[in-house]
Design a protein around this ligand. Sequence first.
Ligand SMILES: [Zn+2]
Length: 218
Amino acid sequence: MCNIILLGPPGAGKGTLAKQLIGEYNIPHISTGDMFREAIKDGTPLGRLAASYINEGHLVPDEVTIGLVRERLSQDDCANGYLLDGFPRTLPQAEALDTIGVDLNRPIEVVINITCNEEELVRRISGRRVCRKCGTPYHIETMKPKVEGVCDVCGGELFQRKDDTKESLLVRLGHYYNETKPLEMFYGSKGLLHEVDSTLGVEKTMKAAKAIIARVGK
Ligand SMILES: [Zn+2]
């Protein structure tokens, strides 16, 4: 199989594609965000260290995140491929990941960059509603609940998260593109970067991603 990085702006469908790919190829989904949340919840030494930064309002330093990734990628379940989501975010992280890949003989083989036009991202994000009680997501056009404003699952009230407005999305997109551009250059120059346009929907996105992996995977 294949060692994969997934990149994509908020609303591009990164979570959906990640879920499908790990199901299709039976590889672990490695999300540094999830790993930190879990470590903090379980109170592990790493979790306590991460929490000490987060509670002070700081970002977790690169060396902590990189250490976490190194440990995770060395585990047995990553021997036949893995999917990294949310890491690397910066050039120093990408360079550190290169070293880890060489050390463990598990280098990155493909970077899938999910693109989507801005109009569609705004439509997806600003139409999103979430159940206040159970967290089930809806969309006012494409994933309507049976009764407007009410959760199908638990009857809870649906609401729009503060981040899910057009204004907030445009700010987040600005940050995202600033952050990701250097990574695109880095992986592009290595010939590892592949773009998949998610504007056309979930099925076509998955098909395109599978075609890329079939070309470079083993
Ligand atoms: Zn609910």
